[in-house]
Design a protein around this ligand. Structure first.
Ligand SMILES: [Zn+2]
Length: 242
């Protein structure tokens, strides 16, 4: 179950599955990445310092997200990754951060090995199975058992608002009989990206998954929405401290 919490005066979204862990999704009230909202750059810089201070971290590890499926395992001294849409780490105190405005944010954590990950799954990343591949990489390279991973599928554009044409539909929906993944209205498709990612995580062997029901486009008063704000928008973030 997801719930809003007060992080030293700033609104964040947490899941009861990882209640005691330093991991959450930020909101408009706690913006960390301005993107093309350059008017928010100063606020973001202040908020990043605030985040580091409150989580006792000296640095933030982040990436240039490109809607691909490159997945990096974090090295201790590197804090920025180019061309990367998922980051995995088992290095204590690493603070991972990725950015979103409608795309599906996925946080993974394994309590046993104390390893975590964040994946960025827009429709392209979802079609490239980044959620599935991230779990596989955790398993193959860090010996993490998928069934001990807890997954949080955070706020993203919902089926209510993610209207697409034929081309995107064809890349996302392999089984057209599976009507729980989409709705068809007037030759347009409304696709449930969160459900597709949920299925990928299940297929990879993850059992404990919490899916946030919030649609960022419907709730653009709380989250940033690329679609609702026609591309002129900042980003909310997924954050986890390993
Ligand atoms: Zn919606």
């Amino acid at each position: 179950m997801f719930y809003f919490e007060n992080f030293y005066g700033k609104k964040i979204l947490k899941s009861s599955l990882l209640q005691d862990k330093d991991c959450f999704f930020t909101t408009r009230e706690f913006v960390l990445t301005p993107s093309n909202r350059t008017d928010l750059a100063d606020e973001c810089e202040k908020n990043r310092s605030f985040l580091k201070e409150k989580l006792h971290s000296n640095y933030i590890t982040t990436a240039k997200q490109v809607h691909g499926d490159n997945i990096e395992i974090i090295e201790s001294n590197k804090t920025f990754y180019d061309n990367t849409d998922a980051m995995i780490s088992n290095i204590p105190n690493t603070l991972l951060l990725m950015n979103f405005a409608d795309c599906v944010p996925i946080i993974l954590y394994d309590k046993e090995s104390k390893s975590g990950a964040i994946a960025h799954a827009g429709w392209r990343g979802t079609a490239a199975k980044i959620a599935y591949k991230t779990v596989q990489k955790m398993q193959k390279e860090l010996n993490i058992k998928p069934d001990s991973i807890i997954a949080l599928i955070g706020p993203s554009i919902g089926k209510c608002c993610f209207e697409t044409g034929e081309e995107v539909f064809e890349q996302l929906i392999e089984d057209k009989q599976n009507k729980e993944l989409y709705e068809e209205k007037n030759e347009k498709y409304f696709i449930d990206l969160k459900k597709i990612n949920y299925n990928q995580l299940k297929e990879a062997g993850v059992e404990k998954i919490d899916t946030c029901t919030y649609c960022t486009c419907c709730m653009s008063d709380i989250f940033f929405s690329y679609r609702k704000e026609k591309g002129i928008t900042a980003r909310h973030s997924a954050v986890i401290k390993i």
